[in-house]
Design a protein around this ligand. Structure first.
Ligand code: ZN
Length: 106
């Protein structure tokens, strides 16, 4: 065991994993309800919903991979610690607030 996750205890990681898996299931349910895939020209709202849910599914899967790899909670851009409060709101956050705000501005 290393101490890279000094701010996130193993018990927390278990509950984070459960949260992520629950979110993932909800998103997958939403996606399956949208099938067959809506066309942007026919159903722009449905298409948007599908696109954003797909994106979140990818982000959640990436977060689960980081949990397995032991890098969960670290910013994928600068390598810094993501604030625990941010992870509580957004468990699949891949970047710290600072990096995310740069990305949003770009
Ligand atoms: Zn960062």
């Amino acid at each position: 065991m290393t101490h890279t996750l000094n701010k996130l205890k193993a018990s927390n990681l278990d509950s984070i994993r459960q949260q992520l898996e629950q979110h993932l299931q909800e998103r997958l349910d939403t996606l399956s309800q949208l099938l067959p895939c809506p066309l942007p020209s026919v159903d722009p709202v449905g298409y948007q919903t599908m696109a954003s849910n797909r994106l979140v599914v990818e982000q959640i899967n990436a977060a689960l991979n980081r949990l397995d790899a032991g890098t969960y909670g670290r910013c994928t851009r600068c390598g810094g610690q993501i604030a625990p409060a941010r992870l509580e709101v957004l468990p699949h956050a891949a970047a710290c607030i600072e990096c995310q705000s740069h990305a949003d501005a770009a």
